[in-house]
Write a protein that binds this ligand. Structure first.
Ligand SMILES: C[S@@+](CC[C@H](N)C(=O)[O-])C[C@H]1O[C@@H](n2cnc3c(N)ncnc32)[C@H](O)[C@@H]1O
Length: 250
C-alpha cells in the first residue's frame, strides 16, 4: 500500500521529472488539482481513473482538505499505483505535508516526487535570476493568501537585498504593498507579475511595488519583488514573452 505524491511542475510538461512521468504512465488512479496543466494530464495512462479534487464551490478549505485526506486513504488502502498529482512541488504551499501525515496515520506509505515549483521555475524560465551578485543575496518565498491574518511578519521582509517571491498573492496585492512599503521597502522597487508561467498563455507584467495593485493581472501568478524583477527574458528564456510594461506610477 503506497501513494505517490508527485509534483507536476508549473505547466510545461517538459519540466516534469522522469520519475513523475514514469508514475503517470504506470498509474491506476491520479488524484489531481485544478492547477495541473492539461498537457501533463495528457501523459497519464489512458486506462487510469482521473479524479479532479479542485476546490468545490462552497466547501471550506478545512472540510475540502479533510475530504481529500479521506479520499487518499481510501484509494491508498485499495492498492494499485495511486498518484496524488499537484502543481509545482507537492510540499510547497500544496498542503502535501498534511496529506503525508494523513497517509502515515492510516498506515499507508508514501513516496514524494519533487516538482519544479512555480516559485523558482517560472522566473527561471524567463531568465529572471532570483539571486544575482550585487542585487540580491537571498530569496524568501511567501504566501500572499493570509497577508492580513498576521501569520507572516511582513515587517521582516523589507531588506532590499532579499528577493521576495509571493504565491497566491494576486488578490492581496494592496495589502502586500501596504505591508511592505509600511515596513520600509521602497515604492519604486521593481516587481514582475508572471501569470500562467510556462504555459502557452503566459503573460508578464512589469511594475513597481507602489503600483502593484494598479495593474490588471489574474491568478495563478507569481509575484517577484526586488531588483532582479527588472530582468526580462535572458539567455535562459524558453519562449517569446508577452510583455506589457506598466508606467511606474507610485
Ligand atoms: C496553492 S499554491 C501551490 C504552489 C505549488 N505547490 C508550487 O510549488 O508551485 C498555488 C499558487 O502557485 C502559483 N502558481 C502555480 N502555478 C503557476 C504558474 N504556472 N504560473 C504562475 N503562478 C503559478 C500561484 O501563485 C498560485 O496561486
Amino acid at each position: 500500500m503506497s501513494v505517490h505524491l508527485v509534483g507536476a511542475g508549473p505547466g510545461d510538461p517538459g519540466l516534469l521529472t522522469r520519475r513523475g512521468a514514469e508514475l503517470l504512465e504506470l498509474a491506476d488512479v491520479v488524484i489531481h488539482d485544478r492547477l495541473v496543466d492539461p498537457r501533463v494530464l495528457a501523459l497519464v495512462n489512458p486506462r487510469a481513473e482521473l479524479v479532479d479534487v479542485g476546490k468545490r464551490p462552497g466547501a471550506t478549505p478545512s472540510s475540502a482538505q479533510a475530504d481529500l485526506h479521506e479520499l487518499l486513504v481510501t484509494y491508498g488502502l485499495r492498492g494499485g499505483v495511486v498518484v496524488r498529482l499537484q502543481g509545482g512541488d507537492p510540499l510547497l504551499f500544496g498542503r502535501g505535508g498534511e496529506e503525508l501525515d494523513a497517509l502515515f496515520a492510516a498506515g499507508i506509505e508514501a513516496e514524494v516526487v519533487p516538482g519544479v515549483s512555480s516559485a523558482l521555475g517560472v522566473p527561471a524560465s524567463l531568465g529572471m535570476p532570483l539571486t544575482h551578485r550585487g542585487l540580491a543575496s537571498a530569496v524568501t518565498i511567501v504566501s500572499g493568501h493570509d497577508v492580513d491574518a498576521g501569520s507572516v511578519d511582513w515587517s521582516k521582509l523589507s531588506d532590499d537585498h532579499v528577493t521576495l517571491v509571493v504565491l497566491m498573492g494576486v488578490a492581496q496585492r494592496r495589502a502586500i504593498r501596504l505591508a511592505l512599503v509600511g515596513a520600509g521597502r521602497s515604492p519604486v522597487t521593481p516587481c514582475a507579475v508572471i501569470e500562467r508561467g510556462t504555459t502557452p498563455s503566459q503573460r508578464i507584467v512589469h511594475t513597481t511595488l507602489g503600483a502593484l495593485d494598479r495593474v490588471d493581472v489574474d491568478p495563478p501568478a507569481v509575484l517577484v519583488i526586488g531588483e532582479v524583477a527588472r530582468a526580462r527574458g535572458g539567455i535562459g528564456a524558453t519562449r517569446p514573452l508577452t510583455t506589457r510594461p506598466v508606467a511606474a506610477a507610485i
